[in-house]
Write a protein that binds this ligand. Structure first.
Ligand SMILES: NC(=O)c1ccc[n+]([C@@H]2O[C@H](COP(=O)([O-])OP(=O)(O)OC[C@H]3O[C@@H](n4cnc5c(N)ncnc54)[C@H](O)[C@@H]3O)[C@@H](O)[C@H]2O)c1
Length: 357
């Protein structure tokens, strides 16, 4: 066994009924509380053990949160019941540097989670992590680089997270792109780009995250973990001149259902959230490249004279008369994590714009 297998096994061995300890790899650890071989670990590990050395592998520090594992400073808030849904759980948000992803990161941290902000824009991810760590006064966030379309990059991201904290409880596959266009004109290059990020990227992330979750579940057999994809209302209803996007999102629902059936054996639930439009996010509201500006310039909304007119036109299509935001989406994520009797579902968060049938 190697470090990447032992760290999640330790998180699983220290399971408290909701989650395990944060496990930090410490190569040159001396005077560990427990020293043993990899084969002896499961038998010899006692609850509350804070340092472990495995012969020929290396050392591991354990704690309630990251700072507690590193320095023995247990400042992590202790909560129970509904407030504990993600408290001190390791969460990963791909595409977390901006937009919906950033909103989800912020909400998860309000709920006590330790969050890896995984993004191609690694500078943006790290900047956000620094801001959140300062805000909370303890280590609650890390920025990590990933391109979800690149298998090596995804594997490297997962290995980095496991070496830093020992496992992953909630993985949110949020990174996504959109290239709209008529089926008569859309280039194969644009179609493939959208499919790669939104569909293939979700497969690659699940491929490397699910074995970590399997290790965590192994010792007790009742450690629930979650993989959540952020799809779209366009995963439930086709989207005019937006087929590459809707197709990739419909496809991700097929992956969710299939992965859910397989990974239930490891107590890993797999669900997808289908949000409505995030009108206040950069995709729609960017003052130069946002869709509102583009639609105003191209006259897509008849009679619209300002960006505000275009926005009002789109808001009026939502029964609840507003766009979706990161807080709305996170409430659905928290539901899917708290719920231990559902998997493989597509959960709409659309203000009533798209309903299941
Ligand atoms: N914005 C909306 O109205 C809306 C509506 C429904 C669903 N969604 C979905 O929500 C998710 C987030 O959308 P958003 O509008 O917030 O996006 P956004 O464009 O504002 O942000 C996307 C983030 O993903 C990152 N990213 C892009 N490609 C990546 C890759 N290959 N690897 C790693 N990171 C990558 C970007 O750097 C960026 O930080 C997407 O899956 C999108 O389809 C968005």
């Amino acid at each position: 066994m190697n470090v990447l297998e032992i760290a999640p096994l330790l998180r699983g061995l220290s399971f408290d009924g909701e989650k395990g300890y944060i496990v930090v790899v410490e190569e040159n650890l001396e005077n560990a509380q427990l020293t043993c071989s990899a084969d002896e670990l499961t038998e010899k590990f006692a609850p509350g053990t804070r340092s472990v050395k495995i012969d020929g592998v290396g050392g591991f520090l354990l704690g309630e949160d990251y700072d507690d594992a590193e320095n023995g400073t247990a400042n992590a808030p202790k909560v129970t019941g509904r407030a504990a849904v993600v408290n001190n759980k390791v969460c990963v948000v791909t595409g977390g540097a901006q937009g919906f992803g950033e909103g989800i990161v912020r909400e998860l941290i309000k709920n006590g989670a330790l969050v890896f902000i995984a993004d191609m824009n690694v500078d943006g991810a790290k900047k956000l992590a620094v801001e959140l760590n300062e805000q909370e006064g303890r280590t609650v966030a890390f920025g990590v680089s990933v391109n979800v379309t690149d298998e090596d990059s995804v594997k490297k991201m997962v290995d980095t997270i496991v070496k830093t904290v020992g496992g992953i409880d909630l993985f949110i596959s949020n990174a996504g792109v959109l290239k709209a266009g008529s089926v008569k004109e859309l280039s194969l290059k644009d179609f493939a780009f959208v499919t790669d990020v939104n569909y293939v990227g979700f497969f690659l992330c699940t491929k490397y995250v699910s074995p970590v979750m399997e290790w965590m579940n192994q010792p007790h057999g009742n450690y629930f973990t979650d993989i959540v994809s952020i799809s779209s209302k366009s995963a439930l209803e086709g989207s005019n001149k937006n087929g590459a996007y809707a197709g990739s999102k419909f496809g991700s629902v097929g992956l969710v259902q299939s992965f859910a059936k397989e990974l239930v054996a490891d107590n890993t639930k797999v669900n997808t959230i289908c949000p409505g439009n995030f009108f206040d996010g950069p995709l729609w509201s960017d003052p130069e490249r946002g869709l509102f500006v583009q639609y105003l310039k191209t006259g897509k909304v008849p009679g619209a004279k300002t960006v505000g007119d275009v926005k009002a036109f789109y808001e009026a299509q939502v029964p609840m008369n507003r766009g979706c935001d990161g807080e709305d989406v996170t409430k659905a994520i928290l539901y899917s994590v708290e719920q231990k009797y559902e998997t493989g579902q597509a959960i709409p968060v659309t203000g009533g714009q798209v309903m299941l049938n």
